[in-house]
Design a protein around this ligand. Structure first.
Ligand code: GDP
Length: 290
């Protein structure tokens, strides 16, 4: 169990348990309060925080620490296990031929993520291609093309065509030599009916193996509605959190994971193609509690 970077208040509350073999309700209450504070300020949904608090309280008071385990380590283990069960392991990404479609609002980081993921797959020895179907945002084509050149991966887009479905169809044909197809889609400033209709049409042509919802780490309560809508229309199998190199902690993504019954696949850590990491629960939990 690795939980470094715990916030100092939480560490302080846990340290009060040092030397104790049993913990009482006040101890647990104090620790749970600190955890709530950290998670709420990291944008984790209130009801998720409450559910988590209840499970931690119940287990910390009911379960006996195994022989030789201090009360502190026991509580820490419970906190960690409950957070892992909420957050889950990373989305499984098989290293084989597949088609992945990215969904999300404009500015969430889809285009950047498509090139980053292609770079990631290429480093794993596969041949990825990015298909850029965003005809809505001016500049999306050039941005994707440039990033794919930098990542040295195949790219298809058509700046003269305004039909994303046609681009998707032609893109799949044009990049048939690739193993992994990553389809970038257009966003909107807000969830609008035409966005949902468009992505459903693209999905019908592309038939992705996996749809990933791309979310800015700074998203708070808005994550819920987006996750619901995209999940209803195309089915979301995983979440990408972008801009984690900033100060936002990305707790909103947990709402999306919970709503879509999925998991987190990748983290975006910067603006260049290499700034991508596979999600890993330990580091993320430390960050949320930090
Ligand atoms: P899209 O509209 O969803 O395709 O979003 P873009 O991929 O164009 O990203 C929107 C802005 O966020 C761009 O300026 C990107 O450079 C920036 N961006 C995307 N991902 C990250 C990230 O992980 N970290 C940082 N710092 N910026 C990012």
């Amino acid at each position: 169990m690795v939980l470094d970077n715990l916030g100092s208040s939480l560490r302080g509350s846990l340290d009060k348990l040092r030397g104790k073999s049993r913990i009482d309700e006040d101890d647990v209450q104090e620790i749970v309060k600190e955890i709530q504070r950290s998670l709420l300020s990291a944008d984790v949904d209130v009801s998720l925080v409450m559910d988590l608090s209840d499970s931690i309280k119940t287990r910390a008071l009911e379960e006996e620490p195994p022989g030789g385990t201090s009360a502190r380590d026991h509580v820490l283990k419970i906190v960690y296990e409950e957070l892992v069960s909420l957050i889950g392991e990373s989305t499984e990404i098989p290293l084989e031929s597949q088609t992945i479609m990215l969904a999300g609002l404009q500015g969430s980081g889809k285009t950047t993520t498509s090139a980053k993921m292609a770079w990631w797959f290429s480093k794993k020895g596969l041949r990825p291609a990015v298909i850029q179907t965003d005809t809505f945002r001016p500049g999306a084509y050039d941005q994707a093309k440039q990033m794919c050149e930098r990542a040295e991966v195949d790219f298809y887009g058509d700046p003269d065509c305004d039909d994303p479905v046609q681009i998707a169809r032609e893109g799949l044909e044009a990049t048939e030599d690739a193993d992994v197809h990553i389809v970038d889609t257009a966003g909107r400033h807000a969830l609008e009916d035409d966005l949902i209709a468009e992505i459903e049409e693209i999905e019908g042509v592309v038939q992705p193996d996996l749809n990933l919802l791309v979310l800015d780490a700074a998203i708070g309560q808005g994550a819920k509605e987006q996750a619901q809508q995209f999940d209803e229309s195309i089915g979301i199998g995983g979440v990408v959190i972008t801009k984690l190199d900033g100060t936002a902690k990305g707790g909103g993504a947990l709402t999306a994971v919970n709503e879509t019954d999925s998991s987190i696949a990748f983290l975006g850590m910067g603006e260049t193609v290499q700034d991508i990491e596979r999600f890993e629960p330990n580091g993320f939990i430390s960050r949320l509690l930090g």
